[in-house]
Write a protein that binds this ligand. Sequence first.
Ligand SMILES: *[C@@H]1O[C@H](CO)[C@@H](O)[C@H](O)[C@H]1NC(C)=O
Ligand SMILES: *[C@@H]1O[C@H](CO)[C@@H](O)[C@H](O)[C@H]1NC(C)=O
Length: 749
Amino acid sequence: MMFVGYLVVCFLATAVNAQTTLEVRLVDGSVANEGRVEVYYDGAWGTVCDDSWDDTDAGVVCRSLGFASGTGVGNAEFGQGSGDIILDDVSCTGTETSLGDCDNAGLGVHNCGHSEDAGVRCSTGVRLFDGITLGEGRVEVLYNGEWGTVCDDGWDLTDANVVCESLGLGAATDAFQSAFFGQGTGTIVLDDVSCSGDETSIFDCGNAGLGIHNCGHSEDASVRCENGVRLVAGSDASEGRVEVYYNGAWGTVCDDSWDDTDAGVVCRSLGFDSGTGVGSAEFGQGSGDILLDDVSCTGTETSLGDCDNAGLGVHNCVHFEDAGVRCSQTNFDDVRLVDGITLGEGRVEVLFDGEWGTVCDDGWDLTDANVVCESLGLGAATDAIQSAFFGQGTGTIVLDDVSCSGDETSIFDCGNAGLGIHNCGHSEDSSVVCENGVRLVDGSDASEGRVEVYYNGTWGTVCDDSWDDTDAGVVCRSLGFGSGTGVGRAEFGEGSGDILLDDVSCTGTEPNLGDCDNAGFGVHNCGHFEDAGVRCSGTNFDVRLVDGSDASEGRVEVYYNGAWGTVCDDSWDDTDAGVVCRSLGFDSGTGVGSAEFGEGSGDILLDDVSCTGTETSLGDCDNAGFGVHNCFHFEDAGVRCSQAVSAELRLVDGTCNSEGRVEILYDGVWGTICDDFWDDTDAGVVCRSLGYSSGTAVGSAEFGQGSGPIIFDDVECTAGDTALEYCQSNAPFENNCSHFEDAGVRCTE
Ligand SMILES: *[C@@H]1O[C@H](CO)[C@@H](O)[C@H](O)[C@H]1NC(C)=O
Ligand SMILES: *[C@@H]1O[C@H](CO)[C@@H](O)[C@H](O)[C@H]1NC(C)=O
């Protein structure tokens, strides 16, 4: 009796429990409105068995979660749960408000395993209709059991995003107004939609009130979403049955002619690098329409909908032919350049299935080569070469029909025919030449570090034997700096890898370290404690004279950041011209403006140039900043340079050879210099031209008054002047002086 009583009590308790509202959640779906159904019972979450699980049951779950309706799926389509299997043999009538109200075998009573876990796909009450291809269309929303439209007043990308993401179609790429995909019929359900972006359903966004609007169907809103494809029933997000969204519903793809190229397009559109196509419903049979058949991608399409096919909805298949994919992510480092002649070039090889293979040159261009060079840290590409220029590779031809947009960080992200798919031979192997084969490592900033070079697929170091500033200069200039100092003894730490260069001996004019004499790539007698480094400074800068009557004059053009441009004449003077002329091997110069040598083209690269005269390059002079100017080309600056015809100088009447009144032989006569503005800088120019290192100026005929003409007055040298006659001054013989103002110097060794 007690025993039976216990059973009755137990049964009643179960029955009461079954009538209680069970908490329900959806787990492991890719969007909020789908997933494995889990219910909370006895202090823990458990699952539901798919025995007799159908759309009516799913509808109860979906409505209890606030969605419009639902589709039931089984066989652990959203993965297997853990914990108890709490419900089995669920059978709802459709009017229940909670899954716990539906008939079932009794809480915790079942004959199932987790491979039978039930799931649902709930309808958000939103669909895209009348699109031209997958993942787009007029936005339609369910209202009072019928589909209506959304007015485009205030319709924007944020609103479109909420729609696309709620449908599992990625972000929106377009928000269209004015019935872009044709006018709908029925009620205009939403107007003045204003989403914040956080909403999971368009119904949660601000709007004028359901059915309230001031619109016509010519204002129907539309969207285009990032993607119209999803993977279903795989063991993780990287694989599954391919389903596509078209005209308000998800459907499947037939496996006729389905291959790895097609799979690649699907996988890349989902953020993977490549894929393998599988057929025969390997990931289970879908329901719904078979939307694509005879799919034939070239590999360069960004979306499956762009591939050739029999026509949306046109097919001769059944669901046991449903196509699937296995996507994979490739490691981004697995590209190398081999068999180049020098640094930073070679045949492009990529790692595929653990082995190195090649890239076919069909469609190979500089944009593709750029992606390779930049992904290897070798700067931009300077050449994309076809026809096995650096020799034929062996192994698999991994990529063909490569088509990069230029934004990719890896060649594997570029459009291609599918990994291993090609119609090429190794005589078509692609190669590249990159801007640079050198990098600086372990310095405190980008201007210094251990020198590492890229040769034949690997980075290695440089030995410091005979390493000097000339070699460093080549490295630094190739990296955009002006000059460099070489250091050795692994001052920036020891590298690993091969020691690729030894006995480097540059002349200084080489564009690249690989062009300098050396012992041969990989040939050395060093250890890593001898790793060479550099400290770079300045900017890589060049200057030339254009359109003059000879090499000594012309419009000043400067090379900066890869291009030649001009200099504006604002504040342009002889001091600035002197710096230009000396950097070109002349002794002095006169500055001219107003495009006296014609107007240049290209950028105006320098303005407000103000040299002190000691600079060795125009690029070192103060200026408004490279490319910063308020000028036109009719203000282009020029110079007239001159070579020193060394005027003779002498020091007279000092107590020793190193001092005296300064006298100069000019136009065949000896004369003196007036002391107006005479200073130590001027004295320095005189003394250095006489072989001393510096000098002190004296005036007021301290070494006695000379005779003859006073040749120069108001002399104002800069420290960079190499001779007195090139210093700024009044015109020769033009002065307001007398000999009691004769200038002198005291020179020091
Ligand atoms: C360059 O590397 C490739 C691939 O590792 C190798 O086969 C070849 O012998 C190397 N060439 C030289 C010159 O080291
Ligand atoms: C000569 O001219 C300079 C300016 O060029 C001036 O500083 C100086 O005072 C003048 N000397 C005389 C004696 O007029």
